[in-house]
Design a protein around this ligand. Structure first.
Ligand code: ADP
Ligand code: MG
Length: 682
């Protein structure tokens, strides 16, 4: 293993300065270097006749130099070298900027391979700054699949490619094989040496694919095994099992019957609660899938067992809504509900706190303040966090400290694929409500441009005239300087003054004090306004059944899942509801994804599309969620491999003898290094 862990600075052409640049991208040893994979590849294998070169498409061509290169000094700092080349099919002008050495390296009458991009207009076409190699030399920059590396200051792509080639030569024989033969055979994966060689210097696209697949599997396998080991280190606390968790009495008091999905998820919760271990479960369900009633069932289970439950909502207004809908329902089962929010009067709060401390309240509903404030619970056995798709591991841990190891139920309206959930919420079990209550109306959605402004305004007026209410969501709060984004402040004023002087327009945005925000939302919910201009603060859970129209300005600025959430704010009542997406964007891809949103109302499908488009990093706002950064694997494109790796990892860990086998020793060593006791996977 001597070579593998040697410093890169001893490689030919590296030295101290470049070694520093390498260090800045985490490359210190030869092993690091060969594990620094290309970010993409350029196909330079196909030789295109000059006459068939396409504008703006980089390509390789083979040609004779048909004029002596001439360099002209244009101005300070700009020299242009021009020459012509030709093959059997056509002639072509080449231009080089500030590359005066070209005049000496390209010789009249000689033949070369070039790689570059044709560009130009009706005045003529040319290729600027192509790379080139004499035809009698082996192809390094032409005639091959060229790896393109993520670069940093002081390191060019050519430099990286050369260093990697040298490193491979020096140490590939020492490369440890982390995947035993039987595993490679089972999934048709190539060996480590082949994979490393082909990922850097692919002999064909098939070989490159095979190399990638092997490395992705390895990466996911290591991650899955490591994560499971971390999880099992954290012992799940034991607790008194809850008893008498039958559903029938609960269903009997509901004004509707539960969907099968709700029933199944409540069953999963009951199994947790009666299992003698502390529950850690996330319930995923689309907007309107009926998560609240699932939470209510859990609260009832707790109350039946003499435990208090806390339901936390992200906003006061949502907390009030929950209290209003759950209080009468649960009262029929003898469950006493108490609301505790910041905007209650001091006397009300005192009463509520007293009821909580003396256990005259079984279910306590409030915001996060409920938990952080000095509220004394009597026997807090269950904590439910609603609409917490932006909930971090740290916050979950903080929750658990509030009682003596209470059961935890987290409810999220952002559906994500199960495999991804396992990575993101590795410490949670996941239940999915994948069914909407019957008879739910479809919100009709339209994508429109500015030319429809007058018609949409007329439509807004019509909704208001029928006694309905309208949301208008803007991407910004204040007027920006650079971008032509609608700002909520300015737009609200324009609408009130110039467009709908006779209607009642309100404004709500995230920079307002929460008391002020709540007051406006409350007034809107009570029908005090016709139009609510807002930023995405209204994205979360507010229920105003009388609102029938959602207008989103600059819709292209929002993620699909976010738009879906916004759309979920309407269509909660009996009247037909509409969603109008305004965009001035002409990008065909953008338009396609917005149109796709208009066509479907399936949140899972939308989340998948969103993930594909933006990648998990943007989708979740990476770091905040501790989403691991994989080197080769993509959480979007390599889902099947991830599933295989997760299954194999589970089998591996549940086996008594496999982890002890010698062929798994290199793997175990690698996992131990990556998942050391006090480090988290990056
Ligand atoms: P979300 O999952 O978005 O939190 P809610 O719990 O707010 O959804 O439920 C949305 C609406 O659907 C509520 O008005 C609720 O009463 C109703 N609802 C929930 N479950 C059912 C059901 N099984 N049948 C009919 N209506 C239901
Ligand atoms: Mg909800």
């Amino acid at each position: 293993m001597a070579k593998l862990f040697e410093s890169v600075r001893f490689l030919k052409g590296v030295g101290e300065a470049r070694a520093k640049s390498f260090a800045s991208i985490g490359v210190r040893t030869l092993y690091d270097l060969i594990s620094y994979f290309p970010r993409t590849y350029e196909d330079r294998t196909r030789i295109v006749p000059i006459a068939e070169l396409q504008a703006d498409e980089p390509a390789c061509f083979r040609a004779f130099v048909t004029s002596n290169p001439r360099t002209a000094h244009i101005r300070k700092g700009l020299d242009l070298t021009k020459l012509t080349v030709a093959d059997d099919t056509a002639r072509l002008n080449l231009t080089f900027f500030n590359q005066n050495y070209v005049a000496d390296s390209l010789r009249y009458g000689e033949e070369y391979y070039f790689y570059g991009t044709l560009n130009g207009d009706y005045l003529g076409y040319e290729v600027a700054n192509p790379v080139f190699e004499p035809v009698d030399r082996p192809g390094v920059q032409t005639r091959r699949i060229m790896p393109i590396y993520p670069l940093t200051a002081g390191l060019s792509n050519g430099m990286l490619a050369r260093s990697v080639a040298l490193a491979l030569e020096a140490c590939i024989g020492e490369l440890p094989e982390l995947l035993p033969a039987q595993l490679r055979e089972k999934y048709g994966l190539c060996d480590a040496a082949t994979a490393y060689r082909e990922i850097h210097t692919p002999s064909s696209f098939e070989a490159l694919d095979a190399a990638r697949r092997r490395l992705v599997f390895e990466e996911f396998f290591i991650f899955s095994v490591g994560l499971s080991m971390l999880r099992s280190r954290r012992t799940q606390a034991k607790c008194q099992p809850l008893t008498g968790l039958e559903l029938a009495p609960f269903e009997a008091v509901l004004p509707f019957s539960l969907t099968n999905a709700q029933r199944r998820v409540i069953g999963e919760i009951a199994a947790d609660l009666s299992g003698g271990r502390v529950m850690n479960r996330m319930v995923q369900g689309d907007v309107g899938s009926g998560k609240t009633v699932v939470a209510a069932a859990a609260a009832w289970f707790a109350a039946k067992n003499g435990l208090q439950a806390a339901l936390m909502a992200p906003t006061e207004i949502l907390a009030e809504q929950h209290a209003r809908s759950l209080e009468p329902l649960l009262a029929k089962l003898g469950v006493r509900t108490t609301l505790l929010t910041g905007s209650m009067t001091a006397a009300q709060k005192r009463n509520a706190r007293q009821a909580i401390a003396s256990h005259e309240a079984d279910l306590i509903i409030g915001t996060h303040a409920l938990i952080s404030e000095a509220t004394d619970f009597h026997r807090l056995g269950l904590v439910i966090a609603d609409e917490q798709h932006r909930f971090g591991v740290a916050q979950r841990a903080a929750l658990a400290e509030k009682g003596e190891n209470p059961h935890i139920l987290v409810m999220s309206a952002t559906p994500i694929p199960r495999t991804l959930a396992m990575i993101l919420y590795g410490d949670l079990d996941v239940s999915v409500i994948d069914e909407l209550p019957p008879g739910r109306q479809q919100v009709q959605s339209f994508l429109v441009g500015e030319n429809m402004r007058a018609r949409i305004n007329a439509f807004i007026r019509k909704q208001a005239a029928e006694g309905h209410q309208v949301y208008i969501v803007c991407p910004a709060i204040e007027e920006g300087e650079t971008e032509s984004l609608k700002s909520a402040e300015v737009w609200a004023e324009t609408l009130q003054m110039a467009v709908f002087p006779d209607l009642r327009v309100a404004l709500v945005h995230g920079r307002m004090k929460s008391a002020q925000k709540d007051e406006i939302m409350r007034a809107f919910a009570d029908g005090g306004y016709d139009i609510l201009v807002a930023t995405t603060v209204i994205e979360v859970g507010v229920d105003v059944p009388n609102a029938t129209l959602m207008v989103v300005e600059n819709a292209d600025r929002f993620g699909l899942s976010q738009l879906h959430q916004l759309r979920g704010r309407v269509g909660r009542g009996a009247a037909q509801a509409y969603c109008v997406l305004f965009t001035a964007n002409r990008n065909p891809e953008t338009l396609a994804r917005l149109k796709a949103l208009c066509k479907t109302t399936d949140g899972f499908e939308i989340a998948r599309a969103d993930l594909n488009l933006r990648g998990p990093g943007d989708f979740f706002g990476t770091r905040q969620h501790g989403l691991p950064a994989f080197k080769v694997g993509s959480l979007v494109n390599d889902m099947t491999t991830l599933q295989d790796a997760q299954a194999e990892a589970a089998a591996f860990l549940s086996s008594e003898e496999l982890p002890a086998r010698p062929e798994y020793a290199p793997l175990m060593e690698r996992i131990r290094a990556l998942f050391a006791e006090d480090s988290t996977p990056n």
